[in-house]
Design a protein around this ligand. Structure first.
Ligand code: PLP
Length: 397
């Protein structure tokens, strides 16, 4: 029986595939350092786990309202007010099974076949595939290291057509860690103001993984006039080391949020009741629990960028947020190819080589729409990073 065209149009998440491959080689006894996973290497803070345990003990184990329990929705409304300066009502927020489900539901709620979705590259692996599932066409715009991995207003303007339905922006970015300044966001916002047919989705998943300490801004802060066509996406996965709990959330115009809720009611129903209580504890509890994680990420970030820039054929710029480094490896790839060490001058071949030769698992840049780069996650111990960087240096020497 032939599979649907929908599923044939997409691929498995490459980051999850790299993680699985590294785990398999490890299980076979190979000494593998996995730098593929996009999740903090810290335990979920104790007060969050305690809230979940209490929820279980109190029998909070049944269906909840599809779009989230009132307590968590209130906490999300308060978070947007206090941290971002946005006024949303509970009808304008929805809780989903991870940030990913919120993006998925948004795409299915607003996109029709033939619609175009503008996605600046390097992009988080799922944006393009989620657009494809919805029958829409991802329009990928290259933003290389020369421009700090950030889309310019001129590039955005040039990519807009009458078919453009959605513009995705992600800052801090996965995979590059790039953070847009308020002025850069304003410039993009000015372009979008001229094109009222475009919805704007800002994925703020790494808001709290802030490596510089600078104030966080998204495009809605920069251009409040976009509020009636902007969806703000966020979640607890990365900030509170809660990737396995599967809680994300979104805020936006009530009719779009309602459509997302209807979709959710026909797929997963509510996110896990216990996880919702945990997420509420995360948002309402002491925010200091994030600080030790941030300290570690900052130290590792400094270390990794410095080491990469000392390795032959690599160039790496500093990130503003998230826990990834995204070195430009085009020269290193050419070196290895010319020396006959890899069979093709591609980032796939380089990643393959690093895994086979040195036991270091990285994700090729092409998975993020950026050939010639690779991503490492520094959400792993300094010891692992030191060993991994030594191995990469040896492989590229
Ligand atoms: N958005 C970005 C940019 C991400 O990197 C991720 C996870 O990797 C998500 C959204 C989805 O997060 P969640 O695990 O909450 O589904």
């Amino acid at each position: 029986m032939e599979l649907s065209q929908r599923v044939q149009s997409i691929k498995e998440s490459p980051t999850l595939a790299v993680t699985a491959r590294a785990a398999k080689l490890k299980a076979e006894g190979r000494d593998i350092i996995g730098l593929g996973a996009g999740e903090p290497d810290f335990d979920t803070p104790q007060h969050i786990k305690d809230a979940a345990k209490q929820a279980i003990d109190q029998g909070f184990t049944k269906y909840t309202p599809v779009a989230g329990i009132p307590g968590l929705k209130k906490a999300i409304v308060a978070k947007f007010k206090n941290e971002n300066g946005f006024d949303y009502t509970e009808k304008e927020v929805i809780v989903g099974v991870g940030g990913k489900q919120c993006i998925f539901n948004l795409a299915l709620a607003v996109l029709n076949p033939g619609d175009e979705v503008i996605v600046p590259a390097p992009y988080w692996v799922s944006y393009a595939d989620i657009a494809l599932v919805a029958g829409a066409k991802p329009v990928i715009i290259e933003c290389g290291i020369e421009q700090g991995f950030k889309l310019t207003a001129a590039q955005l303007e040039a990519a807009i057509t009458p078919q453009t339905k959605l513009f995705m922006i992600n800052s801090p970015s996965n995979p590059t860690g790039a953070v847009y300044s308020l002025d850069e966001l304003k410039a993009l916002g000015e372009v979008l103001k001229k094109h009222p047919h475009i919805l704007v989705a800002t994925d703020d998943m790494y808001e709290h993984v802030n490596l510089t300490g600078d104030k966080f801004y998204n495009i809605l802060n920069a251009t409040p006039e976009l509020k009636e066509r902007c969806i703000v996406l966020n979640g607890v996965s990365k900030a509170y080391s809660m990737t396995g709990w599967r809680i994300g959330y979104a805020a936006g115009p009530a009719h779009i949020i309602k459509a997302m809720e209807i979709l959710q009611s026909q797929s997963t129903s509510n996110p896990t009741s216990i996880s919702q209580v945990a997420a509420q504890a995360a948002l309402e509890g002491p925010q200091e629990c994030i600080l030790p994680m941030l300290d570690a990420f900052r130290e590792r970030h400094e270390f990794v960028v410095k080491r990469f820039n000392g390795i032959r054929g690599l160039q790496c710029i500093k990130a503003g947020g998230a826990f990834y480094a995204f070195p430009d490896a085009r020269e290193a790839i050419n070196n290895l190819f010319n020396e006959g060490k890899i069979k093709a001058a591609t980032d796939m071949a380089l990643s393959e080589y690093l895994l086979e030769q040195e036991g270091v698992a990285v994700v090729p840049g092409s998975a993020f729409g950026a050939d010639g780069y690779f991503r490492i996650s520094f959400a792993t111990s300094m010891n692992n990073l030191q060993r991994a960087l030594d191995r990469i240096e040896r492989a590229l020497a």
